[in-house]
Design a protein. Structure first.
Length: 114
């Protein structure tokens, strides 16, 4: 299914870094594949959504993602590790909250498996 770009700005954003866009899509596909054990659906399709401003909250990305993401702090809390402290601030890392939250979960996951 081919979706029309939502705006000229969306087209220009993708065109400005096609290599980065393709790399982001490859990462999204890999994430979906790794979440299959948690009931994720992996059909190799990536859909881009463009908005005018960054989100200030983490959106619901489906049961698989949220289950994996939420299990990390619940487990580490039992050992006195606060995963919120692992999340970089916007000043430290000027990325959307979704990315910073995922990085904190990844850091927590690495602590948990070591």
């Amino acid at each position: 299914m081919l979706l029309a770009p939502s705006s000229l700005r969306a087209v220009l954003t993708v065109a400005a870094d096609l290599t980065g866009t393709l790399q982001a899509e490859a990462c999204a596909r890999e994430l979906a594949k790794r979440l299959v054990p948690w009931s994720a659906v992996c059909n190799d399709q990536v859909v881009w959504h463009f908005i005018d401003r960054p989100l200030n909250y983490v959106v619901y990305l489906g049961l698989a993602y949220n289950s994996a993401h939420d299990s990390t702090p619940w487990t580490l809390d039992e050992y006195g590790i606060d995963t919120k402290a692992l999340e970089p601030t916007k000043d430290q890392m000027p990325l959307p909250i979704l990315v910073r939250s995922a990085l904190a979960a990844w850091s927590g996951w690495r602590l948990g498996v070591n």
